[in-house]
Design a protein around this ligand. Structure first.
Ligand SMILES: Cc1ncc(COP(=O)(O)O)c(C=O)c1O
Length: 381
């Protein structure tokens, strides 16, 4: 209501406050809020044009992710180069990254799928050796920790989704975290059409007045607004930021309940390991509890659809575990990849699924879910 009553509902002081609190929660100097997580991925990639990238340059991404990761690379005017994933972490296989690097590679964009941190030590080592930027797709990794460091603080930038299914939400929204002030300044320009002016009114939209700065155009005449890079229209608004601020107040509580559910589900699922598996949490990490992956083991005497049908009939909502973007999403067909090139990602596309770990479920519901899976396995095996 405060945001509504403020008479300024486009980007303003609540967006700024949300950015500051998000940055301090993650532990970085800067964060820049945008309209969606896809915009956050896209703008973070587009920053690279200020640092020597050319249109069409390559970005290495895992073959398995929500399709937004691949879309964002293309929306930024860059070329995604896909690398298969590891079947146990569901994340990019670091061993396969080097062979995908070419003279045109500018960045690696690991995804922390289902909140499980990617192998950041190996990825950062390769990036350093080969002079590449690392932009983390942390869309699903709110609250994830890797070797004592929060996800979002390890790469050059990290992009989060704040869509309603994520732990911190602004309903629709996204945010980029970074320690680099120059990156943040470019991100603020990119989300606002590539605007040049860096005055407070233009950058943060928080003073009441308009920008009165004048620029010289090519022919020497005075112009009011100047656009120095190709940008996007991707600002967050005050109402979204207000929802985000409210959500930040209860973040720790939601995070701990979702983590409690995730860890309990991982533990109870071990009993099904002859036919089904999920991810493990290693001692050096904390998974950001986005969802609970379920993967059929090779040779399981039932199909994913049979398991999905059984769970859905019992009232347990399920989702697939995404697809191999280059070979199972027709939109990427023009890139020329062939089915079979990403066997692990494709396997997940056919045999993976996930269910929720919502904070409002507890042991009773988890026992019901596990009981449903157990009953299914008794019938089919
Ligand atoms: C891995 C990943 N990247 C990017 C996105 C895009 O976020 P948004 O839906 O906010 O655009 C999502 C969305 O959930 C995602 O899961």
């Amino acid at each position: 209501m405060e945001a509504l009553n403020s008479s300024r509902v486009s980007s303003g002081r609540y967006v700024r406050e949300f950015e500051k609190r998000f940055a301090s929660l993650v532990g970085v100097k800067e964060s820049v809020a945008l309209s969606t997580g896809t915009d956050a991925d896209t703008a973070a990639l587009a920053v690279l044009y200020d640092f020597g990238a050319k249109r069409g340059d390559e970005v290495i991404v895992p073959a398995l992710s929500f399709v937004a990761t691949g879309n964002a690379v293309l929306q930024a005017g860059l070329t995604p180069v896909f690398v298969d994933i590891d079947r146990y972490t569901l994340n990019i296989d670091p061993e396969k990254i080097e062979e995908a690097i070419t003279d045109r590679t500018k960045a690696i964009m690991p995804v922390h799928l289902m909140g499980k941190p990617a192998e950041m030590d190996s990825i950062m080592r390769i990036a350093k050796r080969r002079g590449l930027y690392v932009i983390e797709d942390a869309a699903e990794a709110h609250g994830a920790v890797y070797k004592g460091r929060n996800i979002g603080t390890i790469g050059d930038m990290a992009a989060y989704s704040l869509y309603v299914a994520h732990i911190i939400t602004t309903i629709e929204g996204g945010i980029v975290t970074t320690d680099r002030e120059d990156f943040a300044e470019i991100l603020r320009s990119l989300r606002s059409h590539g605007r040049a002016c860096k005055c407070e009114s233009c950058v943060l939209n928080i003073s009441s007045g308009y920008c009165h700065k004048r620029f010289k155009s090519g022919d020497g005449s005075d112009i009011r607004f100047q656009f120095e890079r190709i940008g996007y229209s991707a600002k967050m608004n005050e109402l979204e930021a207000a929802v985000g601020l409210g959500n930040l107040d209860i973040f720790e509580e939601i995070l701990s309940k979702k983590r409690r559910n995730l860890l309990s589900m991982i533990d109870k699922f071990q009993g099904f390991r002859q036919y089904l598996y999920t991810v493990n949490e290693e001692a050096y990490e904390k998974i950001g509890p986005h969802g609970f992956p379920i993967i059929l083991k090779e040779g399981a005497p039932f199909t994913r659809n049979q398991l999905v049908d059984c769970m859905e009939k019992a009232g347990i909502d399920t989702r697939n575990l995404f697809l191999s973007m280059p070979t199972q999403c027709p939109g990427f067909g023009f890139l020329g990849y062939k089915l079979g090139e990403f066997p692990v990602a494709e396997y997940m596309g056919n045999c993976g699924m996930h269910i929720g770990v919502h904070q409002d479920i507890g042991e009773r519901e988890i026992d019901y879910i596990m009981g449903t899976v157990s009953g299914f396995l008794e019938r089919y095996t």
